[in-house]
Design a protein around this ligand. Structure first.
Ligand code: ZN
Length: 480
């Protein structure tokens, strides 16, 4: 008889593949899954009775800004409490590393951290810091294009990079990939990268080809009136650079653009049918959240000011009411409130459901932990998909939902030996109650744990149990 640490029995096991669930036992020894099926020939230190529960691979949050959060709040309760065991960080062009920043930072950098917190000129010291002080969950990092720009050409952000600057950014990106980054992200809709040409991005993304499985993830140049052109540009960049491409938090924003996900998904389908590796992530809400900027206000049905540095008395108020009180335009109100963050109600339910149900859709939260009043997606994304969209709305099956949160992102981002309940894989696992799981975070009360997540194991260690973190910090920095 062989020994193992624990056996989970009685659960309905959803392995992440998208296939049907099975009632099998799962045995874990140290940090790996060592058996699945009838595990009676193992001598286990502990037996866990999971009758009535679902056992799934720990969720992979495909889109996060948790670079700093893992260092500052290593229990990462907002994610661990949802069953998330790995996060993809460094998204939307703004990664904490590589960047040693000085002076005032352009939006959206302040959403990620303060200037003094960008203290990692290369990825290695960031990785070492996480290693010395691990978090409760795993993290894989994308190198941000805007971070590379700010580090390379801080005085010329409003221009396209010239050949020399592109060369320097390529070198910095190459080093970041050598030091463990899994790809490149861009945020072409934001001031530090708006001026970047398509060619600039193609030349940078071309570096990814030198590394196996490196990916290009993009917050596209436009998610509103020009979303079609933006998808076309993204597909062009992926095709010319010949790299796997991920459209971040895919949406069609603005009342003008309701329904246009039919077109964007068709474009993506055509590219995929032609053999281009393209995927996307999505969060399960019809409101977005980012810096308060006039360009994002136009087109939104309504805008909630989440927090303003100069006018904290306006936190939690609607922008149009503030502008009316001040007898000024929305643009001027934005200017007076800045630096500020906002929540934009700007999407259509049908688009959201169509995007989420697409076979290439992964679930990503896009939450921003530094905000006082964050978008509820930070705490609620995964239980909301499982409880609201699967159980209540029956948008797709539980097996499909788990696939979008585990094996699909693990494959897309090439996270080795993760994302499915398979013998030999890391024991990143979540046990939840399919009948009660639901998010509780709301726009008014966003910092709330969900209901129904029973236990979470990260690399074989019980890290969340019955409503609280165990204190285990067994997360790893994931590389290819
Ligand atoms: Zn973004």
């Amino acid at each position: 008889m062989a020994n193992c640490d624990f056996i989970i029995s009685g659960a309905r096991v959803i392995d992440g593949s998208g296939g049907n669930s099975r009632h099998v036992e799962v045995a874990v020894e140290r940090e790996r899954i060592v058996d699945i099926g009838d595990c009676s020939h193992w001598r286990a230190d502990a037996h866990i009775d999971a009758s009535g529960m679902v056992l799934a691979p720990g969720f992979v949050d495909a889109h996060t800004h948790d670079d700093l959060e893992l260092l500052k709040s290593p229990l990462v309760t907002c994610k661990l409490s949802q069953g998330v065991t790995s996060v993809i960080a460094g998204n939307c062009g703004i990664s904490l590393a590589p960047l040693a920043a000085v002076g005032e930072m352009p939006p959206p950098f302040p959403l990620l951290g303060e200037t003094r917190e960008f203290q990692f000129p290369t990825v290695e010291p960031y990785r070492n810091k996480l290693k010395a002080s691990p978090a409760s969950i795993n993290l894989a990092l994308l190198a941000g294009h805007s971070s590379l720009r700010l580090g390379t050409m801080p005085d010329r952000l409003e221009q396209a990079a010239d050949a020399e600057a592109i060369g320097l950014m390529q070198e910095a990106l190459r080093l970041a990939l050598q030091q463990g980054c899994i790809g490149l992200s861009t945020g072409l809709d934001y001031p530090p990268a708006e001026a970047a040409s398509t060619d600039e991005v193609v030349q940078l993304a071309g570096v990814l080809r030198e590394f196996d499985d490196a990916v290009y993830a993009t917050h596209m140049r436009d998610e509103g009136d020009h979303v079609i052109e933006a998808v076309a540009e993204t597909l062009e960049i992926g095709a010319r650079a010949q790299v796997p491409t991920i459209i971040s938090h895919h949406k069609c924003a603005g009342t003008n653009n309701y329904g246009r996900s039919r077109e964007t998904l068709q474009m993506i389908d055509r590219a995929r049918a032609a053999g281009q590796p393209v995927g996307f992530d999505v969060y399960p809400y019809t409101a977005s959240s980012t810096s308060l900027l006039p360009q994002f206000v136009r087109g939104a049905a309504s805008v909630l000011v989440a927090e303003s540095e100069p006018h904290p008395e306006c936190n939690g108020r609607m922008l149009d009411r503030i502008a009316a009180d001040w007898r000024c335009s929305l643009d001027e109100a934005c200017e007076r409130l800045y630096p500020a963050a906002a929540i934009y109600f700007e999407m259509d339910d049908d688009d959201l459901e169509r995007i989420m149900a697409h076979p290439a859709a992964m679930i990503g939260s896009d939450g921003i932990a530094s905000m006082q009043t964050p978008h509820p997606r930070l705490w609620g994304t995964f239980p909301r998909v499982l409880g609201h969209y699967v159980r209540e709305k029956k948008l797709f099956q539980l097996e499909t939902a788990v696939h979008k949160m585990s094996a699909l992102p693990a494959r897309r981002f090439a996270l080795r030996d993760r994302g499915s309940i398979t013998i030999g894989n890391y024991a990143d696992l979540v046990l939840f109650d399919p009948d009660t799981i639901i998010d509780r975070a709301t726009f008014e009360q966003p910092k709330q744990t969900s209901t129904g997540i029973v236990s979470v194991w990260v690399n074989g260690k019980l890290s969340w149990h019955e409503g609280a973190a165990t204190g285990a910090r067994n997360g790893q920095f994931l590389t290819h």
